[in-house]
Ligand binder design. Structure first.
Ligand code: SF4
Length: 346
């Protein structure tokens, strides 16, 4: 069964998306292997939804976000956007059409210290996408920059300053204003709060939420931390070694995880209640090697529930409960601990 909700036309449909990098060796550069950074990902994102994408470093989430925007060209698969009743086959767009689409799809980058040009004023940083688009007058650009800078919580008096004069949180606000300059519909936020202090993270998450309502935005929100994703996401997609391990509504995922990897990630979230005994599940080893995927279920070397068949057969992503997709042979029989359950028990 397809993951796509038939009653709500999604903004974005991704089918069988792959990004493989060849490994070459020798003078003849003979291909000796493949790094499967994104491997057969199928999912959809609804209009005005926030889809959180989580997993440890190296699980393919950033490559997925960049491949969806064609910052990195995919190896295989289909990406379709639905705007104004039209279906846009994003993979087949030529360079000119792709430039036209860029106004609708934007990215907020992880590091606010390196993503802003230190030689440009804040005004020019936010104005640059509109100048490059070429269809705004300088008066229109000036009005829009002033409006956006206020919407992200900065002041017009800041516009003539340079990035070094701002804190990390303020720089991320500037990055957000720039990402919204052309009025996008879909925004990939790649670890947008990871480099910030916890108190600032909450402010930026609230800002993203407010801007989503104001501008009718749809987000893919990439993070390595489930607790960050919880606050902003309607649904969460957990990735492991380039594949989707689990995908469901946020509350369902936190209360009733069905994949052992999700359970382990949840166990690492500190619980505020000191009376709750939250057993941290320590997964042995690191994320596997995408150039040499384990046989069968690629999570089996780290899974405490692994059985013989897990080493031989790769579990497909399937709908184990309504709207809850999981890639595990034993998803129906394992009774996994969710963080919500721990709070309720006490
Ligand atoms: Fe663990 Fe087996 Fe499920 Fe993979 S299929 S997550 S190894 S129990």
């Amino acid at each position: 069964m397809s993951e796509i909700d038939k009653n709500t036309q999604p903004l974005l449909e991704i089918t069988g998306l792959k990004k493989h990098y060849p490994i070459e060796a020798g003078i003849a550069k003979k291909q000796v292997g493949l790094v499967k950074a994104v491997d057969d990902v199928t999912l959809s994102i609804r209009r005005n939804e926030v889809l959180g994408v989580v997993g440890e470093s190296g699980c393919g989430k950033t490559t997925l976000g960049r491949t969806i925007l064609r910052i990195i060209e995919p190896t295989e698969g289909s990406i379709k956007f639905h705007f104004d009743g039209k279906e846009i086959d994003f993979i087949s767009l030529d360079k000119k059409a792709l430039r036209g689409m860029r106004r609708h799809i934007q990215m907020i980058f992880q590091n606010p210290y390196t993503s802003l040009n230190p030689r440009m004023t804040i005004f020019d940083i936010v104005a640059e996408p509109m100048r490059l688009a070429g269809d705004y007058t300088e008066d229109e650009i000036s009005d829009r920059v002033r409006d956006l800078i206020g919407k992200v919580g900065l002041e017009v008096k800041h516009l003539n300053r340079y990035p070094h004069a701002f804190s990390g949180g303020q720089r991320q606000r500037i990055g957000i204003a720039r990402a919204l300059a052309l009025g996008p519909r879909f925004v990939v936020a790649d670890e947008a709060v990871s480099a910030l202090d916890v108190s600032i993270q909450a402010q930026i998450l609230n800002l993203l939420q407010e801007l989503k309502e104001e501008y009718d935005l749809t987000y893919m929100f990439i993070a390595h931390n489930l607790s960050v994703v919880e606050h902003i996401s309607d649904r969460v997609c957990v990735m492991y070694l380039g594949r989707v391990a689990e995908l469901s509504e946020t509350e369902e995922l936190f209360y009733h995880p069905m994949h052992p990897y999700t359970e382990a990630l949840l166990s690492a979230i500190p619980v505020a209640d000191p009376t709750v005994k939250n057993e941290r599940i320590v997964m042995p080893g690191e994320v596997g090697n995408a150039a040499n995927l384990p046989s069968g279920c690629c999570f089996h070397p780290r899974c405490r529930y692994a059985q013989e068949c897990c080493r031989k057969e790769c579990p497909p992503l399937r709908e184990a409960a309504p709207g809850h997709f999981v890639a595990c042979h034993f998803a129906d029989s394992l009774k996994l601990n969710g963080i919500g359950e721990l709070k309720i028990k006490n």
